[in-house]
Design a protein around this ligand. Structure first.
Ligand code: AP5
Length: 219
């Protein structure tokens, strides 16, 4: 399986990637997660990325492409990957195409998770993350069960909000998606790779729609 999950902030890319990882045993490659790890570790790359991320802008292409080039060459990506949050613009999509051509591993599908603005906004403002283990919850759609969490992880949920999930930053992220990432819909439609999935449904329903949308040779 070599796929891209394309979609606006909050459309469910991370949630669905986790299920795909468990089901198909291929790694999730999330540029957002890689960047957040670099920020938390205080690396030079993280320090460069932080300002753009906190403001809801894209991190510069050179930084992201270096990071993704390195990640795609790691052994666990040899038999497939789920790209989550990458590419984000046509320059990144062109660069990805060249990288994968060199590696002899072309993309098999690009799945667009389609969702209305109002639902996106609610999912983003409601998202909370457990500081202890990184588990993702939503105060509206998927609140944590403290006892079940304690039994599973050994700690109670310690919920925090991502800095870019504040209302004032969400607006900017959605604007950036419209201006820079939406053109990838036509880009990949033209390449014959695009599959559109209605993401306005519960998590399992969306997952089954992805399974149906992705050609059988991929799964
Ligand atoms: P990134 O981390 O990639 O964020 P994003 O694309 O904005 O996506 P999100 O992580 O916000 O949402 P998601 O689609 O994964 O939704 P989730 O599954 O969590 O990027 C962050 C920043 O890093 C960017 O702004 C940029 O600065 C930088 N960056 C990253 N990649 C870059 C790149 N390639 N180039 C340049 N800069 C880059 O779900 C959201 C919520 O909804 C959760 O609470 C979840 O529980 C809930 N939920 C999910 N599915 C459902 C469902 N079906 N029903 C009900 N609730 C649901």
């Amino acid at each position: 399986m070599r796929i891209v999950l394309l979609g606006a902030p909050g459309s469910g890319k991370g949630t669905q990637s986790q299920i795909l990882v468990k089901t198909y045993g291929v790694p999730q490659i999330s540029t957002g997660d890689l960047l957040r790890q670099a920020v938390a570790a205080g690396t030079p790359l993280g320090l460069r990325a932080k300002e753009a991320m906190d403001a809801g802008r894209l991190v510069d292409d050179a930084t992201v492409l270096d990071m993704i080039g390195e990640r795609l060459c790691q052994a666990d990506a040899a038999f497939g990957f789920i790209l989550d949050g990458f590419p984000r613009n046509t320059a990144q999509a062109d660069a990805l195409g060249s990288m994968l051509k060199k590696l002899g591993r072309p993309l098999e599908a690009v799945v667009l998770l389609n969702l209305d603005l109002g639902v996106l906004f609610r999912r983003l403002t409601g998202r909370r993350i457990c500081e202890g283990c990184g588990a993702v919850f939503n105060i509206y759609t998927a609140p944590p069960d403290p006892e079940a969490h304690l039994a599973k992880t050994g700690h109670l949920p310690q919920l925090i909000q991502r800095p870019d999930d504040k209302e004032e930053v969400i607006g900017k992220r959605l604007e950036v998606f419209d201006a820079q990432t939406k053109p990838l819909i036509d880009y990949y439609k033209g390449a014959g790779l695009l599959q559109v999935v209605d993401a306005d449904a519960d998590v399992d329903t969306v997952f089954h729609a992805i399974q149906r949308a992705v050609p059988p040779r991929v799964c």
